[in-house]
Write a protein that binds this ligand. Sequence first.
Ligand code: B12
Length: 300
Amino acid sequence: MDREKLLTEARDRYGEALILGEPVLARAVIEQALGRGLSRAEIYLEVLAPSQIRLGEMWHEGSINVAQEHLATTITMEMMDYLRQGMTPRKGLGMRAVVTPVEGDQHTIGARMIADFLAMDGWEVFFLGNGTPGKDLAEFVRQRNADLVALSSTLPEFLANAATAAGAIREANSPPPKILLGGKALDRTTQGAEELGCDATAGDVLEAVAESRRLVGLREERLSLEEQLAMMGLKIKEARTSRRMTQQALADASGLDRTYISLVEHGKQNLSIGAVLKIAYALDVPIGDLVVSPSSEGKG
Ligand code: B12
């Protein structure tokens, strides 16, 4: 079965298991997805994350209640624990990161994902499961001699706590670590990193990893071919879906096969320059937008 179909099937079945509140079924879906060759990172990003977000919509619409949402969130946390155990991190970077939701914010899943992807990237990561008061966080960061603090804020009303934490961290640490801010709250504010006392903001997990590296000066690090293809695949998929194109439409517009596009989007196809050009033209994006690497400049 094609990867896109495998992912869709895993997402649908995992979503059903969450709504039913069936941890055993959820685990079986994830085990089957792994058995069928989907990577742990793909399962994190394309099965667990969208299922949680869908769950939020259902809760918002009132089609599931708070108890069902709590159980489903617990199941996803358990699946993340399970997936994390089998992850093989890259060689150690010699960098330490503290990852935490901001004080008051109980949304921990996004922060946990950032922590896990940083760990996979070779960082030594301390994940503080719950929002920690700024002063205690600053002290912890000092004790651990962290190079980076990644703060996660889902609710905009807690962004002020990110600024407070950043202030406390800077006061207690000389030189201070780099401070990265992310999470859904950023979609609902016009405030930028600087106003919130942080060094940078980032959107998703891949950006978080790239931006973290840039902040601590790991600019020259090269991506492996596998990583570059995975990131390029995600960029292509992002550009295609934002243009509301199906894989078939992109295949037709680029003169490539749909199965080939599917492999590309999942980072499983080593593309020729010609194929990259065809895809860039069909999507009407500059080729440089598709070729990303952690060493490229991020936003400050
Ligand atoms: C699960 C959940 C909860 C759980 C959280 C449990 C837990 N242990 O995490 C509980 C029940 C506690 C909860 C509570 C509330 N919630 Co809630 N919750 C959700 C839900 C369903 C899923 C969140 C989630 O896990 N998403 C999946 C993760 C992977 O996505 P993410 O967090 O956005 O993270 C991604 C990025 O943002 C980014 N990222 C995240 N952190 C960081 C950090 C850095 C440094 C970087 C670079 C990137 C980054 O990377 C991640 C991967 O791409 C969402 C629905 C939704 N649409 O998101 C609502 C949602 C976030 N909640 C919402 C609300 C309103 C609440 C409550 C106020 C409800 C209430 N009336 O009590 C409370 C607030 C409690 C509090 N003080 O925090 C609203 C927020 C609306 C808004 N104003 O923004 C949402 C959107 C639901 C909705 N549609 O209304 N919630």
